[in-house]
Ligand binder design. Structure first.
Ligand SMILES: Cc1cc2nc3c(=O)[nH]c(=O)nc-3n(C[C@H](O)[C@H](O)[C@H](O)COP(=O)(O)OP(=O)(O)OC[C@H]3O[C@@H](n4cnc5c(N)ncnc54)[C@H](O)[C@@H]3O)c2cc1C
Length: 308
């Protein structure tokens, strides 16, 4: 039986920002739904666990705001003190060269960690803690990276993802050759360094290092072993050694390309499947704002189809 146009609850799988944005659209349209997340917390790659007494952004480090509708959401976060303009200028480091800097779009950061934004979006929307292993019948939104969705059902023309290892380094005190954060070019180990104390606004001596995809691939099965080469590389850049470290593996950190539409849709015999996430980003680099746009558009498509 085709249940996809019925009144059964929509299943949204994944409570990252794409799944949360989709849930908000369905709630506002009075469409019944169930939001399911396998992780211990919401937010997905907008992850801000507590380490050594304070929250640290170990996934996405900041966000940009180009999408007009997203501007309204960010304005609400800014008014509530949840998000703030951080900087439009990052350092640029490359081996053998003096540090320079590069100015780009305004980067936004959060005093309470990026996960707090997903929590705010969700408000009182409940999340069922469960790992989905079989696609349920009815309308289903898979709000996650294509390789994860592909484990449940074939994704049309799936986009691949690069891995990243995040190493958080705590120092007794920190003096950096850049302000706020730095892109690291042509380096075998490091790709990005962020001063988490500057980003969060509390001045803590905590540095967050993102590795290159090639180093992450090398250590994907044993990420703890990547800490030593990262410490060596960071010590070379900043001249001091950390007092503690924490490593996190992101197997599917960043899409290597993007779909040509903001969400996907496939009709099966027993379900209508919608695909959403940062990889559904025709208008720019796959980021937090593209994930929000994708989840919102997938939600609107579900609403339109149900009201037809
Ligand atoms: C190291 C790193 C640095 C980044 N830096 C930036 C940055 O500076 N700026 C920026 O804009 N973006 C950045 N990003 C990308 C940004 O984090 C993502 O674009 C955005 O968070 C994607 O959100 P999403 O909802 O599409 O996916 P996700 O956040 O990955 O959410 C998917 C959710 O689905 C859940 N899930 C998956 N499978 C199942 C299942 N079978 N059952 C139940 N739940 C499931 C997962 O647990 C997860 O919570 C970075 C990402 C990483 C990892």
């Amino acid at each position: 039986m085709d249940m996809s146009t019925g009144s059964e609850p929509v299943t949204i799988v994944g409570a990252g920002i794409a799944g949360a944005a989709c849930a908000v659209v369905l709630r506002d349209a009075d469409i019944p739904f169930r939001l399911v997340e396998r992780g211990r917390s919401v937010g997905g790659r907008m992850a801000s666990p507590e380490l050594h007494g304070r929250r640290v952004d170990i996934g996405a480090g900041y966000f940009t705001v180009r999408d007009r509708a997203f501007t309204d959401v960010v304005g609400r976060w800014e008014d509530a003190g949840l998000a703030r303009r951080w900087t439009d200028t990052f350092g640029v480091l490359s081996p053998g060269n003096s540090p320079t800097s590069s100015t780009g779009p305004m980067r936004w950061a959060t005093p309470g960690g990026l996960r707090s934004l997903v929590r705010e979006l969700l408000g009182d929307i409940g999340v069922d803690s469960e790992e989905i292993t079989t696609v349920p019948d009815g309308d289903v939104v898979l709000a996650m990276p294509d390789p994860q969705a592909n484990r449940l059902t074939p994704v049309p023309d799936p986009v691949g993802y690069d891995p990243v290892l995040t190493v958080v380094l705590g120092f007794d005190s920190l003096t950096l050759p850049f302000e706020n954060a730095a892109f690291v070019n042509d380096h075998p180990v490091l790709e990005f360094l962020a001063d988490d104390g500057a980003r969060r606004g509390d001045g803590a001596s905590v540095l967050v290092a993102h590795t290159t995809a090639s180093l992450a691939r090398e250590y994907l099965d044993h990420p703890d072993d990547a800490v030593a080469p990262v410490i060596d590389a960071v010590t070379e850049v900043i001249g001091s050694t950390p007092s503690w470290t924490h490593v996190h593996r992101w197997t599917f950190a960043k899409p290597v390309s993007a779909h040509a539409s903001t969400f996907g849709c496939v009709q099966n015999r027993s379900s209508t499947l919608y695909f959403a996430g940062d990889q559904w980003s025709p208008g720019g680099p796959p980021r937090i704002e593209s994930a929000w746009r994708s989840g919102s558009d997938a939600g609107r498509a579900v609403v339109d189809r149900r009201r037809r």
